[in-house]
Design a protein around this ligand. Structure first.
Ligand SMILES: *[C@@H]1O[C@H](CO)[C@@H](O)[C@H](O)[C@H]1NC(C)=O
Ligand SMILES: *[C@@H]1O[C@H](CO)[C@@H](O)[C@H](O)[C@H]1NC(C)=O
Ligand SMILES: *[C@@H]1O[C@H](CO)[C@@H](O)[C@H](O)[C@H]1NC(C)=O
Ligand SMILES: *[C@@H]1O[C@H](CO)[C@@H](O)[C@H](O)[C@H]1NC(C)=O
Length: 589
């Protein structure tokens, strides 16, 4: 999470962080526990920690509306007392997986989440109205009202992530004889999120760290997955496919452009002055992990050559920049942050990004075991050589000595990332957002929901517990040519009744390019061809972007003289759905 902060505030925070946390590391209980003991204890603390942050009954979420997840109970320095669509969706994805695994106590909480999100989708906010971009709003107040302060918006990962969390649940309902509940309660929310995703995936927006306005790999990866499983769910529920199946391969096509120079450049279509090595891509690999997949490069599966090469590139980018990583040999786990250029709180490792480095590797091991072999090749060789110096190109069958050696080394490497987390977790087991680069002391927001959710999914993968397949295998073919989606227009008929005499002509102008951006000289002419003595109708049909709010006015021109309608400006929202139509019925004023 985090947040556009003014530079002054950033440096204040940095100074504050340095001041408060320059103490020696406290004696953490967990440094004396074995890894297994730590995992057992911290798993309990993590599920408790997640549930504490969910309204209305969470012990740290007093006053929070039912089903809403706070990012953290911290209300100042930093203030995370809001509900983020992304954090909530990833948290509920983890909870739904746990529910599917048999924790039936979670169902009420999940149902509350569904209802709460249905309500949030109706809230107009600074990103737009419900039909015109409002679903891209990153965060809301904890009572479900709009947050209207300045922020990095829109963020287009929220809708596809929420669609994925809810699709997992809808599929479970269908498989358990509750198709009608899936259709009436869950599908309407998913359908709106997919409509948003189809419409906006090819536009820029802010990344998951809320700082870069461009194209984020995580957003596109989440988009592809949500569209693939959304199309299948629509079919299962007998619902129309609102362009999901058609858009999915195009999103996958675009995802390929993030692969540059042997790693994933997490932010493109923006000049952000960074290398692009970013835990964004590790979190993408674990989010789109499909237990039924091969080691597919196109979808950057955890065991794919690309995702392994990228794992090395991202992890290595943190080796030399944090004091707590100094002296740790290549091939041993280190503390992982968001990206090396990070300055938020001075730029520190995060629990959830360090855990993501482990989770990707556990998922990869699951995939190799399922496939029955692993392949070392020129793309991933350097990754393997770090942990098994003798590694050489080849395909090694499960059961062979080399397969054993390599997978044991990967497993130990993954465990080592959890050991790093263990080392810097305080004896209370509380997971904040960050731990200090200088000495590992907990830092920034306390009890970060996402940190706990990340712990839960990481240790599930470690024990071989995996989520259902999302259909990667049938949906990993990359189109030979990438195409941007066709523009999605709605034909809008402007009808205005106005009494005119020959020589007087009527035009429309307004706040869209198609409406001349208010320029009277370029106004769009209406036609008088339907004007009769009993119906003084002027009209014009204009293709406008679908589901878009705008302001407009009519103007009259006579002998080069322009007469404007009186105030206020008129407003209208075009209908949603490509090729849909709508009509204004105005009278000149
Ligand atoms: C839109 O998609 C095209 C084709 O993949 C790609 O070249 C372009 O960069 C994308 N733009 C955005 C903003 O997603
Ligand atoms: C984000 O970038 C796009 C161009 O890529 C620009 O049109 C848009 O206004 C920017 N948004 C913000 C909030 O700066
Ligand atoms: C109508 O819109 C124009 C262009 O944005 C703006 O300059 C004007 O102040 C608006 N008029 C009213 C009454 O809001
Ligand atoms: C305008 O009138 C048409 C035909 O009577 C109707 O279908 C449409 O909903 C009206 N539009 C508005 C915005 O009231």
């Amino acid at each position: 999470m985090v947040k556009i902060l003014p530079t002054v505030l950033l440096s204040t925070l940095a100074a504050w962080a340095g001041l408060v946390y320059s103490e020696p590391i406290p004696p953490y209980l967990y440094t004396r526990a074995t890894l297994e003991e730590f995992i057992a204890a911290e798993s309990q603390i993590s599920i408790t920690g997640v549930l504490a942050n969910i309204g209305p009954d969470g012990s740290k979420a007093g006053g929070v509306s039912a089903g809403l997840v706070i990012a953290s109970p911290s209300r100042s320095s930093p203030d995370y007392w809001y509900t983020w669509t992304r954090d909530s969706a990833l948290t509920f994805k983890a909870l739904v997986e746990r529910f599917i695994e048999g924790d039936s106590s979670l169902q009420t909480t999940i149902d509350n989440y569904v209802s709460s999100q249905a309500k949030l989708q109706t809230v107009s906010n600074p990103s737009g109205s419900p039909d015109s971009g409002g679903l891209g709003e990153p965060k809301f107040n904890v009572d479900g009202t709009a947050f209207t302060g300045a922020w990095g918006r829109p963020q287009r990962d929220g809708p596809p992530l929420r669609a994925t969390a809810l699709t997992l649940y809808a599929n479970w309902l269908i498989a358990n004889g509750q198709q009608s509940k899936a259709l009436s309660n869950v599908w309407p929310v998913i359908q709106k999120d997919l409509a948003y995703t189809v419409k906006y995936w090819n536009q820029t927006g802010y990344d998951l760290w809320e700082e870069v306005n461009g194209s984020s790999f995580f957003t596109i990866a989440a988009t592809h997955r949500a569209l693939v499983e959304g199309a299948a769910l629509a079919t299962a529920l007998g619902q129309a496919d609102g362009g999901y199946a058609a858009a999915a391969p195009q999103a996958l096509c675009f995802a390929q452009s993030f692969w540059v120079n042997g790693y994933i450049d997490s932010n493109i279509n923006v000049n952000d002055g960074r290398t692009g090595k970013d835990a964004n891509s590790l979190i993408s690999a674990i989010h789109t992990f499909d237990p039924a997949a091969e080691c597919t490069d196109s979808t950057f599966q955890p065991c794919s050559s690309r995702a392994l090469a990228n794992h090395k590139a991202v992890v290595d980018s943190f080796r030399s920049i944090y004091t707590i990583n100094s002296g740790i040999a290549q091939g041993k786990a280190v503390a992982v942050g968001r990206y090396a250029e990070d300055v938020y709180y001075n730029g520190n490792p995060w629990y959830l990004t360090t855990l993501a480095a482990a989770e990707q590797l556990y998922a990869a091991i699951y995939q190799w075991d399922k496939i029955g072999s692993l392949t070392v090749n020129s793309v991933n060789l350097a990754f393997f050589k770090d942990i098994v110096p003798s590694a050489a190109a080849g395909t090694y069958a499960k059961g062979s000595a080399t397969y054993q050696t390599i997978t044991s080394a990967v497993s130990a490497y993954a465990d080592d990332f959890i050991t790093v987390v263990q080392k810097y977790t305080p004896s209370s087991g509380a997971l904040s957002e960050q731990f200090a680069r200088s000495n590992g002391s907990p830092l920034s927001a306390t009890d970060l929901t996402w940190s706990y959710a990340a712990f839960l999914t990481t240790v599930e993968r470690r024990s071989g517990v995996v989520p259902p397949s999302w259909g990667e295998s049938a949906n990993n073919a990359v189109p030979s040519v990438c195409t941007a989606p066709p523009s999605c227009n709605s034909k809008t008929t402007f009808n205005v009744r106005v009494t005119t005499v020959p020589g007087e002509d009527i035009f429309v102008v307004g706040s869209l390019t198609q409406l001349a951006n208010w320029s009277p000289a370029d106004g769009i002419a209406l036609s008088a061809s339907k004007y009769t003595s009993s119906d003084h109708l002027w009209y014009v049909d204009i293709d406008l972007p679908a589901a878009t709010a705008f302001n407009y006015k009519y103007i009259m021109k006579k002998n080069g003289q322009v007469t404007w309608e009186s105030d206020p400006n008129r407003s209208f929202t075009t209908s949603s759905g490509c090729g849909s139509t709508s009509t204004t019925n105005d009278s000149w004023r």
